[in-house]
Design a protein around this ligand. Structure first.
Ligand code: GS8
Length: 216
């Protein structure tokens, strides 16, 4: 039986899970959760994700939430059918994957998600206007994070080393939107970051999952 992802195309956390499923060539069903009717806060969905958020994931009797945890499960479950994105055969390499996944979750996500909310979610889904002060502050914060990435990527092709890993893929959902918007220069002005992004964006899984996702 195919695994199920309960989510939404505009949800970056849902996209993270879908990317992993596509990379591994897994069969899955995306069950749409309709935010406009508040379905994410309905009792059946809160039973899947107690925070009333997407994504939620079902594999038989196993229910999971939190996109990075779901993604790791997917990469382990289908490990024989796709690229080795967790590097669990090497203590050192898997530790580097963990380091850069933490950086993505704790540094990158915090800066870039605020830009996404202001420049994509507010205008596209709520007809609102971005708060330019929040955008400017978050862009400055993201620039500092990307300076660290530029230095790192001048030494290795990908974040955890000279191999693609889940740490790289986990950056795709937000970056996809921001490189298409007014903050694209944050990426274009840093040559190693730019080359890294181009390499991620050329992956078939990226193209498949992000086709049709609205950008700013
Ligand atoms: C974040 C989930 C989340 O914020 C994860 O799964 O990685 N740390 C969690 N989901 C948003 C949609 S953006 O992907 C959501 O469901 N928001 C609705 C709400 O909070 O009410």
């Amino acid at each position: 039986m195919a695994v199920k992802v309960y989510g939404a195309a505009m949800s970056t956390a849902t996209v993270r899970v879908l990317l992993c499923l596509e990379e591994m060539g897994a069969e899955y069903e995306l069950v749409p959760i309709d935010f406009s009717t508040g379905e994410h806060k309905s009792p059946p969905h809160v039973a899947r994700n107690p925070f009333g958020q997407v994504p939620a994931f079902e594999d038989g009797d196993l229910m999971l939430f939190e996109s990075r945890a779901i993604s790791r499960y997917v990469l382990r479950k289908y490990k024989s059918s796709g690229p080795d994105l967790l590097r669990e055969g090497s203590l050192e390499e898997s530790a580097m994957v963990d380091v850069w996944l933490e950086v993505e979750a704790q540094q990158y996500d915090k800066a870039i998600s605020a830009i996404y909310i202001e420049t994509v979610i507010k205008p596209v889904f709520f007809g609102g206007v971005p708060d330019e002060k929040v955008v400017a502050e978050s862009a400055a914060k993201l620039g500092k994070v990307l300076d660290v990435y530029e230095a790192r990527l001048s030494k290795s092709k990908y974040l955890a080393g000279d191999f693609l890993s889940f740490a790289d893929l986990s950056h795709i959902p937000y970056t996809h939107h921001i490189v298409a918007g007014p903050q694209a220069s944050l990426f274009e002005s840093r040559p190693h970051v730019k080359a890294w992004w181009e390499s991620l964006a050329s992956r078939p899984a990226y193209k498949k999952v992000t086709t049709g996702t609205p950008t700013s």
